[in-house]
Design a binder for this molecule. Sequence first.
Ligand SMILES: Cc1cc2nc3c(=O)[nH]c(=O)nc-3n(C[C@H](O)[C@H](O)[C@H](O)COP(=O)(O)O)c2cc1C
Length: 179
Amino acid sequence: MSRVLAFGTSMNSRSINRKLASYAASLVADTHVEPLTPADFPLPVYSQDLERESGIPQAAHDFLAAIANADALVISFAEHNGSYTAAFKNLFDWASRAERKVFQNKPVLLLSTSPGGGGGKTVLAQASAMMPHFDGVVVGALSIPRAGQNLDTETGRVVDEALHNQLLALAKTLAESLK
Ligand SMILES: Cc1cc2nc3c(=O)[nH]c(=O)nc-3n(C[C@H](O)[C@H](O)[C@H](O)COP(=O)(O)O)c2cc1C
């Protein structure tokens, strides 16, 4: 059985991106899903002074180890002011100081959702462009706009049929990359 890390980039305990990441990972056949968020890796705000004085905190190493232990990643990005959440960017920055190849050649499915019509597509585009520079092997990307309509916001299930079919196809591609 493969291990798929379902990472939502939001600190919000009710996060729709956390739920979407877990739902999408559950569509990948024959997998164990491990849900994680930046809240699982508490870190101070990155500064080079802090790094010089105290080194890289264990939580950044723990994040890299969680990626190393996974066979594939599903990451769903919350969009804050057209960009990453501060918590994700901070975790990413710390991790990149320990290991530049943050995503360690793992296959990665990138998602985003938001209540608005943009569906987080701006942050999704940023993530898609960034991933190859940090050894993430992007198998696909999908943004789900208007979460209130297109998503069951309790379970993360995509209820719009056309979008659900797109997600299923991407989950299949991710599963094939694990063979
Ligand atoms: C500080 C802040 C900035 C936001 N900026 C955007 C934005 O640029 N684009 C967008 O679609 N939604 C934006 N939103 C709304 C989020 O998409 C919404 O809160 C969504 O639920 C975040 O995902 P999450 O539930 O996974 O945390 C913003 C929300 C916050 C709190």
